[in-house]
Ligand binder design. Structure first.
Ligand SMILES: *Cc1c(COP(=O)(O)O)cnc(C)c1O
Length: 230
């Protein structure tokens, strides 16, 4: 039986190989463990094997795990779609939000970020797959949105996030991730983060400049959505 620790070692070696293939520095890509639908015990195992950053999509589920894991110094990333009525709890309980795609949500996160906490790290989710995806701002709307978010006091705009339409075609993966990197470069802002690449396409994303890969299945196994919260 493979354990979470085995899976982490395997994903780390994929990341390392991709960094080398892209002639990028070892350690330039960070691993975000996507733990949605997985129990707190799985996060404990991943922590014991060295992971600190965890990504969650569903607020109530995430808050439950956070309450069970207060003894561990974990860094929490919100990566799912955001409704307005969830912004306060997200601003209070997370360190990063990767899935901001409209100004109203960013404004609420900034207003609701507790003063004693450091600025909330933000990635703007951008849609590079056209009508195939409903989440993410359009490339056309991105420059104005980025400029407005960068000016909000309690947020720190770090970069872009994307979830391209899934494909096994490496050239198509590369093209989508390259488009995200170009959009990032076209913004006249000091950004250091590209959150892109999942279990099936992390190699391509790393070639195109990813700094966070968000990995669920390859670490924790397939997800059972039988009783998804929210
Ligand atoms: C579920 C999810 C992932 C992880 O996907 P895997 O294919 O399981 O690695 C990454 N990013 C987001 C936004 C997700 O919702």
């Amino acid at each position: 039986m493979t354990t979470i620790a085995d899976n982490i070692a395997q994903v780390r070696s994929r990341i390392h190989a991709a960094e080398q293939a892209a002639q990028r520095a070892a350690g330039s890509v960070q691993l975000l463990a996507v733990s949605k639908t997985k129990p707190a015990q799985a996060l404990r195992e991943a922590y014991a094997a060295g992971l600190r950053d965890f990504g969650e999509n569903y607020l109530q589920e995430a808050l439950g795990k956070q309450a069970e894991l207060t003894d561990l110094p974990l860094i929490w990333h919100f990566i799912g779609p955001i409704q307005s009525n969830k912004t306060r709890a997200i601003a209070e309980h997370f360190d990063w939000v990767h899935s901001v795609d409209r100004l109203k949500i960013a404004q609420r996160l900034s207003e609701q970020r507790p003063a004693e906490l450091p600025p909330l790290n933000i990635c703007i989710q951008v849609n590079v797959s056209g009508e195939a995806s409903k989440s993410g701002c359009t490339p056309t709307d991105l420059p104005a949105l980025a400029k407005a978010i960068a000016a909000l006091p309690c947020l720190k705009l770090r970069g872009l996030m994307a979830i391209p339409e899934p494909t096994d075609d490496r050239a198509e993966q590369d093209a989508a991730f390259a488009a995200v990197q170009r959009l990032q470069a076209s913004l006249d802002l000091p950004l250091d983060t590209l959150s892109m690449g999942m279990s099936h396409d992390l190699e391509s994303a790393i070639t195109q400049g990813a700094t966070w890969v968000r990995i669920g299945t390859a670490l924790f196994g397939a997800r059972d959505y039988g009783q998804t919260p929210n």
